[in-house]
Design a protein around this ligand. Structure first.
Ligand SMILES: [Zn+2]
Length: 359
C-alpha cells in the first residue's frame, strides 16, 4: 500500500532528478561554447576532468584531453607545488610515469620530486604560462630536490625556485650543479614513452661537456628558453588516442653540435621586437581546436576529485583558498613569436663554446 509519505518522497525524488538533469543541461550549454569563444577561458575554468576514456586530441600546443587523472598532492616520493593552479592533471600514462620516475629517482639517491605544472583537468590552452601542456602529456619537474619535510600549501605557492643557470652567460652555475641532476635527467630519458626533455641551453651544454659513457639519451634532451629551475618531460601520443598528433622525432645525434652553439650566440636572446603581440593561446578559439574538444568540455565530470586521484599517502594538502592568478615569469614573453619547442634549432658555423676548466 502506498502511504502519502512514500508518494511524497517519490515525487520529491522525481523532482530532484529533473532539477539535476536540467542544471546539467544548462551547465553543458554554458561550457559547450560557440566557435568564436576563447578556448583558454573555457578550459581554464574547468575544475574536474572529462570522465570518459583517456584520449588526447590535437597537438601538445593545440588540443585537449579526456579521461584525465590527478597525481596526489603528496606521495611517498613527491610533493606537488603551486596547488592553486589546479594543474596536477594528465593522461593516466603521464601520471603513472611521474610516479615511476619519482620512485626510480629516489632509488638512485634523489630525495624525491617537486612537481610543477602538468595540465588543466581537461587540458586546453591556459590563462597564464605554457604554450604546450594541452593534451595531458607534458609535465614540469623542479631541479630542486624535495625537502625532507612536508611543505605547507603556502610554501608550495610561494617558495621560489632557484635557477641553475647564469642569465648573462647562459652557463650552469657550477656551485649549484650536482651529478645527481644529470642522473635524474638520464633516468627520465630512459623511459621509452619519454620522447623529449626540455632544459635550458646551459644545462644541455653541461650534460654535453660532462656525460661520459652512454650518451645516447642526450638525444632526447633538448635546449629551450626557460627551463632553468625545472625540466619538462614530454611523452608520446598514447595508444587509443587516434586524434593525437605526433611531434617530429628528435635527430639521431646527441645534439651537442652547432644547433646547441646557436644558443650561445646573441640571436636567441635578442629582445622581442614585438613584446605586446598576442600569443597563440590568447587567440585560440574553440574553432581552432580539434572538434572533439567541445565534447571534452561538455562531458560529465567524475563524482569527486579523490575518485580520479592517483597515488599518495592519503594526507592530501588542501589547495589554498581563493586562488589568485599566480604571478609567474612567462619565458615566452621574450621569445620570438615563431619559436616553439618542436622546431629544430638553427645550425650555425661556429664551434661550441669550450667547457670552463673544472676546479
Ligand atoms: Zn613545461
Amino acid at each position: 500500500m502506498e502511504t502519502p509519505m512514500k508518494s511524497f518522497l517519490q515525487a520529491a525524488r522525481r523532482l530532484a532528478a529533473i532539477v539535476i538533469a536540467t542544471s546539467a543541461m544548462m551547465a553543458g550549454a554554458a561550457v559547450d561554447g560557440n566557435a568564436e569563444q576563447l578556448a583558454k577561458n573555457l578550459f581554464g575554468s574547468q575544475r574536474l576532468p572529462a570522465a570518459t576514456t583517456p584520449k588526447s586530441f590535437g597537438f601538445y600546443s593545440k588540443g585537449c584531453f579526456s579521461g584525465g587523472v590527478a597525481i596526489a598532492t603528496d606521495g611517498p616520493t613527491w610533493q606537488a607545488m603551486r596547488l592553486s593552479r589546479n594543474r596536477r592533471w594528465g593522461h593516466p600514462a603521464m601520471i603513472s610515469l611521474i610516479e615511476k620516475l619519482s620512485r626510480d629517482a629516489t632509488a638512485d639517491g634523489w630525495p624525491g620530486l617537486l612537481l610543477g605544472d602538468i595540465s588543466q583537468p581537461r587540458g586546453g590552452p591556459m590563462l597564464t604560462g605554457h604554450a604546450s601542456h594541452q593534451i595531458g602529456l607534458d609535465a614540469d619537474i623542479w631541479f630542486m630536490p624535495m625537502p625532507d619535510r612536508r611543505l605547507s600549501s603556502r610554501e608550495r605557492e610561494n617558495m621560489s625556485a632557484v635557477s641553475l643557470v647564469n642569465e648573462k652567460t647562459h652557463l650552469v652555475k657550477d656551485k649549484l650543479w650536482r651529478p645527481e641532476h644529470a642522473r635524474l635527467l638520464k633516468r627520465a630519458a630512459s623511459y621509452p614513452e619519454v620522447e623529449r626533455i626540455l632544459v635550458n641551453p646551459g644545462i644541455k651544454k653541461k650534460l654535453c661537456d660532462t656525460v661520459r659513457g652512454d650518451r645516447s639519451w642526450l638525444r632526447k634532451v633538448r635546449p629551450f628558453w626557460g627551463h632553468d629551475y625545472h625540466f619538462h618531460v614530454r611523452i608520446g601520443c598514447q595508444p587509443g588516442s587516434t586524434g593525437c598528433k605526433r611531434q617530429q622525432a628528435t635527430p639521431r645525434s646527441d645534439g651537442c653540435d652547432e644547433s646547441l652553439a646557436w644558443w650561445f650566440t646573441e640571436e636567441p636572446w635578442r629582445p622581442n621586437k614585438n613584446p605586446d603581440a598576442p600569443k597563440a593561446r590568447d587567440l585560440m578559439t574553440m574553432a581552432s581546436l580539434p572538434k572533439e574538444c567541445r565534447a571534452v568540455l561538455a562531458a560529465p565530470e567524475p563524482e569527486s576529485e579523490m575518485a580520479v586521484t592517483i597515488g599518495g599517502n592519503g594526507t592530501a594538502v588542501a589547495a589554498v583558498a581563493a586562488p589568485e592568478p599566480p604571478a609567474m615569469v612567462d619565458p615566452s614573453a621574450s621569445m620570438p613569436v615563431t619559436a616553439n619547442s618542436f622546431a629544430p634549432t638553427p645550425k650555425i658555423g661556429i664551434p661550441m663554446p669550450r667547457p670552463r676548466p673544472q676546479n
